[in-house]
Structure formats: C-alpha cells, structure tokens
Design a protein around this ligand. Structure first.
Ligand SMILES: Cc1ncc(COP(=O)(O)O)c(C=O)c1O
Ligand SMILES: [Zn+2]
Length: 419
C-alpha cells in the first residue's frame, strides 16, 4: 500500500498558456477546454502565501532524506511518507576543474542527473506522476517517450507496484527498450516518429482512462522537473548563476527550469533571473530555428508563438531530443524569453565532442541528448552570446550507457593483446 498524498493548500489552479483561461485545482482534464491539445496548462500558486512560510535563513530543509519533496512548498502535492517509487533527487552539482581548464570556462558547473534511479532527469517527473496517480486512485500509467521518460516510468512503476503502457518510436535504442521490458512495462513500438507515438498514446490514454505521464501534456509533471533547478540554486548557496543551458526536445525541462527560477523570484528568495538557454540538435531544432528567424521574442501571445514555430522531420543521433513538433513550445518560448535567454542548436558532431569532453575531463558520461546542453555552451560562446566568464550551470540529463553506440565513434577500441 502506497502512503497517502497531501495537497499543497497554496496551489490555486491552472492557467492556459494559449488563452490565459484559469481553471481550479479540481479541473481534471489535462489541457484547456477551449484550446484543446495546444492549450497546455501551467500550474499556479499563491506566491505571497508560500513566501510567508519559507525560512529565509534555511529554505527547504532536507529533513531525513534529500529527495525532491523537500521542495513541497513549491509543488502541487507531496506524499506523506518516504517510498522508493517517488523519493528521487539530491543529485550532485559538479565544479569540474579539469573541464574548466580545458575549455577556459572558469565558473562552469554540471548538474548531473545521470545518477537518478533510471539514469535520467525524467525520474523527477515520474515521481510526481506516481504521486498524482495514487492521489487520484488510478493504477495504470501510460506515456509516449523517446526512451527516457518510458524507462523512468517503468523503473518507478515497478517500485510502486503500478502497471504501465509505453509508446516508443521504433528507433528507440536497444538499451532503453531493454530497461522497459525488464521492468515489466507493456511496450508498444510505433512504426513512426516520437510525434506519432505521442498522438497514439493520447488516443489510448483517453480510451482506457489511464493516467497520462506525458510531460508535455500533463502540467503537474513539469513541477517535478522544476526541482532540478531548485536543487542547484540551493547547492550554490542561493548565489545565482548567470546562465543555464538545458538540452531541449519537447521543451518541458527548459520551461521547468525557467519556471523554478521565476518562482524563487516570486517568493523573494532570489532578486533577479538568470538567463536560460534551450539547446536543440540541428536536426530537430524548431524552437531554435524560429528563435534565430524572428527578432521579436517577447510580448507574443500563445497563438502567435504557435504560428512562428515550424514542425520538422527530426534527424539527429540525439534520440531523446529528436522531436519535430515540441509539444511544450509555447511554455518553453514564453518562459525562456522571460529570462532574457534563448534557443541555440548544435550539430551532431558538436554533441559527440561534448560527450567526449564531459567523459574525459569531468568524469560524467552523458548520452547524446544529455551532453547537448554542454555543446550549447561552447556554441553560445562561439556565437558571442556568452563570454565564458559567466557562472554557468549545464544540465546533464541522461546517462551515456543508455546509448553507448554514439559515444563509441569518439574512441578507438584497442586490438586484443596477444599473450
Ligand atoms: C536525456 C534527455 N535530455 C533532454 C530531454 C529533453 O527534454 P524535453 O523534451 O522536456 O525538452 C530529454 C527528453 O526526452 C531527455 O531524455
Ligand atoms: Zn486555452
């Protein structure tokens, strides 16, 4: 039996990112009733009330565990007790000296989420999904995924004793499929792209009344991902970085990081917003392409943003961010532009180079998508968007052993030595 779940009394409801319509906490359809699938919702809180509950000398005390529920004041709900199905978080923030020296980035930090139970940042969202499913009394969870959200759901659902169905594009790497199948997920391989898998998953979820762990669709899941940023700000002793680089596919992680910072600002724990950059692979770069093509990034409504961002057929070795139609594009665009950051894209070769540098100079083995944020730092310096002197945090979002094939192209396997 999983422990009970408690609602945050300062969670006031949802707001549509397209039309700004407000919905109460009890609203249980995942998207805006008027705008349909494009009307992704944002979770809204009473920040004044939350601010009054925060101890400014020692905000978010860890208590006995260092998991993400320490941030309960800024989350919609929390479980009453520890359980391994949802107690994740507390990952390291590295200050990698060798990598700093090698790349001449003296204030570089790596937020290393490769050490979570399923080896990607997605565990933060899956933990929230399991808690919310328990609250609603739903015992079957489903999602579409390029691989990591699925792996994460299958690991944590197995811990919770909850069943799950997962829709993956046929191209998902074998290591990721192995993880799903071994943990007992029901896997549907879709002969198409992630975007096709996503559409099919929504149909099936609605038909069977399953719980949807589609982060781009279920607004509560971004809240779990927010905790990665809340953690690194605490790890920096509330001393703000200047810029943050985040690998970006659907745009959920990047919007969650920007939302976390905005909320720390709203509750007056920080007094300005660092710039957040979403980094896409060139072969799957709708956000970055639209960003470079349009000078005016702020002051646009949801509909205008939708019209600006092209869909494309993804073509990159970074399978986790091979997304042609970023489902969270409005949220990502609005949140990133509010920080003064932006979107950039990097080539597959730059991603491979980033994997190599992270592994050899920082001891952090990232899968291609996981290394894309760091590739973005090098690209942003080339483009003159940063000088390199800034305090930088890079999100490393997924472990390299999930897709070692890509990394092998950067090394030479030695011939066996004859005895
Ligand atoms: C390792 C990794 N990094 C980054 C991302 C991009 O996240 P989002 O789709 O929220 O932009 C993903 C998404 O699958 C991922 O698995
Ligand atoms: Zn709407």
């Amino acid at each position: 039996m999983l422990p009970n779940v408690v609602l945050n009394q300062h969670w006031t409801g949802f707001r549509c990112t397209v039309c700004d319509r407000a919905y109460p906490v009890e609203f249980d359809s995942m998207v805006c009733a008027e705008c349909g699938v494009d009307g992704i919702l944002d979770v809204v809180y009473d920040y004044n009330a939350i601010g009054d509950t925060i101890n400014r000398e020692a905000p978010f005390p860890a208590g006995g565990t260092r998991d993400l529920w320490r941030f309960a004041p800024l989350l919609p709900m929390h479980p009453q007790k520890y359980h391994s199905a949802w107690s994740v978080g507390g990952t390291p923030l590295h200050a990698p000296q060798e990598l700093r020296n090698k790349t001449d980035l003296p204030y570089l930090h790596l937020k290393d989420d490769t050490s979570l139970p399923s080896a990607s940042l997605k565990d933060r969202a899956s933990a929230m999904a399991i808690v919310d499913a328990v609250r609603r009394g739903i015992s079957h969870i489903a999602c579409a995924s390029t691989g990591n959200a699925a792996a994460s759901l299958s690991v944590l659902a197995a811990r919770a004793g909850i069943s799950c169905t997962i829709f993956v594009p046929a191209s998902a790497p074998e290591a990721k499929l192995a993880q799903l199948l071994l943990h007992g997920a029901d896997v549907i391989r879709v002969d198409g792209t992630y975007d096709d898998a996503f559409d099919l998953s929504i149909q099936e979820i609605n038909a069977h009344n399953w719980y949807s762990r589609n982060c781009a669709y279920n607004p509560l899941l971004v809240e779990g991902k927010k905790t990665a940023a809340l953690e690194f700000i605490l790890q920096l002793g509330l001393k703000l970085p200047d810029v943050i680089f985040v690998p970006t596919g659907d745009g959920c992680i990047v919007s969650s990081i920007a939302k976390a910072l905005r909320e720390l600002f709203e509750i007056c724990l920080i007094d300005k917003l660092p710039k957040v950059f979403g980094v896409q692979a060139e072969g799957a770069s709708p956000l970055s392409t639209a960003w470079q093509n349009h000078a005016n990034h702020g002051d646009m409504n949801g509909q205008e943003i939708l019209e600006l961002i092209p869909s494309m057929t993804p073509d990159t070795l970074a399978d986790s961010i091979a997304v042609g139609t970023p489902r969270n594009r409005i949220k990502a665009w609005k949140r990133v532009s509010a920080t003064g950051g932006g979107f950039v894209s990097v080539s597959d070769n730059q991603i491979l180079e980033a994997i190599h540098l992270l592994a050899s100079k920082a001891g952090v083995f990232a899968e291609p998508s996981g290394a894309t944020g760091f590739a973005g730092v090098l690209k942003a310096r080339e483009m003159g968007l940063i000088t390199g002197e800034e305090r930088i945090v890079v999100m490393v979002t997924g472990h390299g052993l999930k897709d070692p094939g890509a990394a092998l192209s950067k090394v030479t396997v030695p011939e066996p030595t004859s005895l």
